[in-house]
Design a protein around this ligand. Structure first.
Ligand code: GLU
Length: 451
């Protein structure tokens, strides 16, 4: 039961309790607040959800696993990292979500990601629960063999907790094709079975076409639908993109294919500004630079003789569209004000929770079209869901079939945002995505009784 007479009182009391139980976990507080601020008004007059304490139960992970990962570096030193898996909620399907390797990964970050994943996966319409995992391991500067030994050590423990009907991990920041392959290989060896226990696999061993492209393409499809719904098109628009990993690369590819022009990309060192646009050929350079050479984005500036701005995000570059595709909290209130001042029309979040609370408020106040990550970047996990389907059926769909399914899923997510987010003739995409994702999970939890 929510405590308090008004919506505001209920929200304040709920957040107070959550903060007390999860002290210092600021990213987790932030993600839950964003959801609670739209869900509490929605369930205010729905005693069935209130009495079953659905929101309280949905904000406490089913299970958190933390484990030691020991491995040997190339110099023969013994190294120790901490690995995690947050199994947040399996009400509507097996736990599903990525694995992140990042030097300052915290439990707070993983808990926010697993919570968001639960609602995001529900929005896709596919039967997937929510989870997230990872380690405070920094793959930067490590040799292939070091990464292999780390992934094998990590999977040796993780393998006890996952399975095709239990929990199906995938990639995220710091975990791409190379890491997935090492981890899947180790799982296969330990379990002595070949199953769809991970997604994002190589095409030779059960991977799905379009999975690599899916998150970026999906974020652009969401943008396309938002613009279309408001009488605009993507053609001829100038876009700023942050990041240069998988999500950013395929966002750039799809914007360009649809007739837009992307003028920025970034990494933790800074951003490049290419006023002529990052065309297909230049994007191929970035893919090679980031996926094969594992180099820095500043090398693009040297290669194509464009500006490089060290240690900043690209938000001050004038644009029509913005795609934050790097990481959480990369766009603050001031950045949002700058984008608004420069005439930005719409934002689609490719990364998970890239916009700080103040930024979200600013976008909403200025009535900028704002697709939050759980809607905008759901394309990745959606195609992961389709990879699981293909693995179960032991067959592979064509590129066209998968792209069509991805396109349809993004359209359906947009429709859910319209259905649940329309207020006074305008669409609050954040509210729509939260409620749309919540309902299915909440109804399943209700149906199971008190467990
Ligand atoms: N890490 C991605 C996400 O944030 C994909 C997860 C998956 O495919 O399971 O949604």
């Amino acid at each position: 039961m929510m405590i308090g007479n008004t919506v505001q009182e209920q929200l304040d009391n709920f957040m107070q309790g959550l903060k007390r139980r999860n002290q210092g976990q600021t990213e987790f507080h932030q993600a839950v607040y964003e959801v609670a601020a739209t869900i509490i008004p929605y369930i205010y007059d729905k005693p069935i959800y209130q009495e079953a304490a659905i929101l309280e139960r949905l904000t406490e992970p089913d299970r958190i696993i933390s484990f030691r990962v020991c491995w040997e570096d190339d110099q023969g030193n013994v190294r120790t990292n901490r690995g995690y898996r947050v199994q947040h909620c399996n009400a509507i399907g097996p736990y599903k979500g990525g694995i992140r390797f990042h030097h300052d990964l915290s439990l707070s970050v993983l808990k926010f990601l697993a919570f968001e994943q639960t609602l995001k996966n529900s929005l896709t319409g596919l039967p997937m629960g929510g989870a997230k995992g990872g380690a405070d391991f920094n793959p930067k500067g490590k040799s292939d063999r070091e990464v292999m030994r780390f992934c094998q050590a990590f999977m040796t423990e993780l393998s006890r907790h996952i399975g095709p009907f239990t929990d199906v991990p995938a990639g995220d920041i710091g975990v791409g094709a190379r890491e997935i392959s090492y981890m899947f290989g180790q799982f296969k060896r330990i379990a002595n079975e070949f199953t769809g226990v991970m997604t994002g696999k190589g095409l030779a061993f059960g991977g799905s076409l379009i999975r690599t492209e899916a998150t970026g393409y999906g974020a652009v499809y969401m943008m396309e639908d938002m613009l279309k719904h408001h009488g605009h098109t993507l053609e001829g628009k100038t876009a700023v993109v942050s990041g240069s990993g998988n999500v950013a690369e395929y966002t750039v590819e799809k914007v360009t294919q649809l007739g837009g022009k992307v003028v920025t990309m970034s990494d933790s060192g800074g951003f490049i500004y290419d006023p002529d646009g990052i065309n297909e050929e230049k994007l191929a350079f970035i893919k090679e630079l980031k996926q094969v050479k594992r180099g820095r984005i500043s090398e693009y500036a040297k290669e194509f003789e464009v500006e490089f701005h060290a240690k900043q995000g690209p938000w001050a570059v004038p644009c029509d569209l913005a795609f934050p595709c790097a990481t959480q909290n990369e766009l603050n209130g001031q950045d949002a004000e700058t984008l608004i001042k420069n005439g930005c029309l719409a934002v689609s979040e490719g990364a998970n929770m890239p916009t700080e609370q103040e930024g979200v408020k600013a976008f909403q106040k200025a009535k900028i079209l704002f697709a939050p990550s759980k809607a905008a970047n759901a394309g990745g996990v959606a195609v992961s869901g389709l990879e699981m389907t293909q693995n179960s059926m032991r067959l592979s769909w064509s590129r066209e079939e998968l792209d069509q399914r991805l396109r349809q899923i993004m359209m359906d997510i947009h429709s859910q945002c319209v259905e649940y987010g329309t207020e006074n003739g305008e669409i609050n995409y954040l509210k729509g995505a939260n409620i749309g994702g919540f309902i299915k999970v909440a109804d399943a939890i209700l149906a199971y009784g008190i467990i």
